[in-house]
Design a protein around this ligand. Structure first.
Ligand code: CA
Ligand code: CA
Ligand code: CA
Length: 270
């Protein structure tokens, strides 16, 4: 059994969230991430196993669509933005020529490779074909779609979870988490590969990766997907909004105080 098949084998069991890894090298930036998801029902490989998460499949966005605000290229399609409880999320990219992400399908040599479609060995073999992504997905990092792609969330609540089916994980892939303009943490493809084990090859492994805010100060409202080279390929983006029941009593308390104040003022006037 090759190293890669040893790595991929646990995924075949699906559902279970395996191998919790924390990026210990950067304590201030420590975003906890785990590997594993559930087998998706749409032939896209793995999707989130986190309950209550909203999933973006990209399946209803036409192949070739640029994700960005470039004047020459189409604007984000009607499938985006999407709404989440308490807010709206948008996908965008810088308004500079070619700096977009793109919805694609399948493989194009040197440009993008569908998550799961990692070819290894001699003769060449596609491991775990049942987990190959046969659907539309998002790529960025090649000269034709350099990215980065920014996912922004507008709303009173923030996010404590982001997951994605990350194909052919490269050391130069990067995911950054922000709250407003504050950079909360960066996780590199190199760190993800290292968490999978020593000697995990770059560009050969696909995983469903789950990122969790470890504490309140890590709640985020913006995610950046960055790849300096081809490419960062991903699908089945999953988001979970922080439940905010605490806001409700606070708001009611405030409304009650305002009401009492008005009554008191009205009483004075009467
Ligand atoms: Ca898809
Ligand atoms: Ca495969
Ligand atoms: Ca890649």
């Amino acid at each position: 059994m090759s190293l890669i098949s040893k790595i991929l084998k646990p995924l075949a069991g699906a559902a279970a969230l395996t191998a919790i890894a924390t990026v210990a090298a950067q304590p201030a930036d420590a975003f906890t991430f785990t590997f594993g998801g559930s087998v998706a029902g749409d032939n896209s490989g793995l999707t989130t196993a986190v309950s209550g998460a909203h999933v973006v499949t990209f399946n209803d966005i036409p192949v070739g669509t640029a994700i960005g605000n470039n004047d020459v290229l189409p604007n984000p399609p009607s499938a985006l933005p999407f709404t989440l409880p308490n807010g709206v999320a948008t996908y965008s990219a810088p308004e500079v020529d070619g700096r977009v992400g793109r919805v694609v399908v399948g493989n194009e040599t040197g440009r993008f490779r569908a998550p799961g479609q990692v070819i290894v060995g001699n003769p060449p073999q596609d491991l775990d074909p049942a987990l190959d992504n046969l659907t539309n997905y998002l790529t960025l990092g090649s000269p034709l779609e350099r990215g980065p792609v920014t996912i922004s969330f507008r709303g009173p609540a923030r996010l404590n979870y982001f997951g994605l089916y990350l194909g052919s994980i490269d050391g130069f892939n990067r995911i950054r988490f922000f709250n407003g303009t504050n950079l909360l943490g960066t996780v590199t493809g190199g760190q993800i590969l290292a968490a999978l084990g020593p000697n995990t090859p770059s560009g050969r492994v696909t995983q469903y990766v789950n990122f969790f805010a470890s504490n309140k100060s890590q709640l985020f409202d913006r995610i950046e997907l960055i790849s300096a080279s081809p490419s960062l390929e991903s699908d089945n983006h999953a988001f979970r909004v922080v439940p905010t029941p605490a806001l409700v009593p606070a708001a009611l308390g405030f409304a009650g105080a305002m009401l009492r104040k008005r009554k008191k003022e009205a009483g004075v006037k009467a």
